[in-house]
Design a protein around this ligand. Structure first.
Ligand SMILES: Nc1ncnc2c1ncn2[C@@H]1O[C@H](COP(=O)(O)OP(=O)(O)OP(=O)(O)O)[C@@H](O)[C@H]1O
Length: 212
């Protein structure tokens, strides 16, 4: 039996009658890392949203474990960790509170697990302050701390996860994503940064070339 987890079949996307891509056939299986690249406006975020079931394609299908995504909402919800372009954290909540409610989407993490994840992203000492008082890079780290929770699910779809991070944090995140893939996880992400540390399974999909 195929171990492909996520698949697009002849996928096409138009926004405001503008074709972004068509006939896109990609598959993601355990251990895979896929970088979606391309110029601004080429449809990277749109593709990630389609793969997460957050948008409908113009044509084609997204399959999860070989079945249409519409029939696999529960399967996807329990296995997908989506971090969008905006950090998606609430400024009035503390880093700990943000992680508590975000982790509840899968398996609610306890206090020790949350503090360990925050320490892993360099936020020891910032657990209790409202997030609006944190810098942009620190706020991004709060969102990314979800990737360090022991209960993090297998499929990570990340839109521009490196935004606002300093050099050292970029390297750390690259290594963490590669380690997740090496352990059998899956990562689909966009970035405009050249990425240095990748697993053997790394592939790049350039949407700038998806439509001539
Ligand atoms: N909510 C929306 N309604 C209509 N059109 C949209 C919407 N969001 C995006 N678009 C259009 O879809 C196209 C692709 O946008 P998308 O955000 O997928 O590109 P991107 O490759 O992720 O860009 P960037 O590198 O700037 O983040 C753009 O032309 C954009 O104007």
């Amino acid at each position: 039996m195929s171990d492909v987890y996520l698949e697009t079949i002849d996928l096409a996307c138009e926004r405001d009658w503008r074709p972004l891509f068509e006939h896109l056939n990609i598959s993601v299986k355990p251990k895979d890392m896929l970088q979606v690249s391309g110029p601004n406006g080429s449809g990277k975020t749109s593709l990630l949203r389609l793969m997460s079931g957050l948008m409908q394609p113009t044509a084609g299908e997204v399959l999860v474990k070989g079945r249409r995504i519409q029939q696999q909402r529960g399967e996807l919800a329990s296995n997908l960790l989506w971090i969008g372009h905006a950090a998606g954290i609430k400024g009035v909540l503390t880093a700990e509170e943000n992680l508590a409610w975000l982790s509840a989407l899968h398996h609610k993490a306890n206090y020790e697990q949350i503090w360990r994840a925050l320490a892993a992203v360099g936020l020891a000492g910032f657990e209790d302050v409202p997030c609006y008082t944190l810098s942009a890079g620190q706020q991004r780290r709060v969102a990314l701390a979800r990737l360090y929770l022991e209960s993090a699910p297998a499929l990570w779809i990340l839109d521009e996860p490196f935004t606002a991070l300093d050099k050292q944090a970029v390297t750390q995140l690259e290594l963490h994503l590669a380690a997740h893939c090496n352990k059998g996880g899956m990562v689909v992400f966009t970035t405009h940064h050249p990425i240095q540390n990748v697993p053997d399974t790394f592939r790049e999909l350039d949407l700038g070339r998806a439509i001539e």
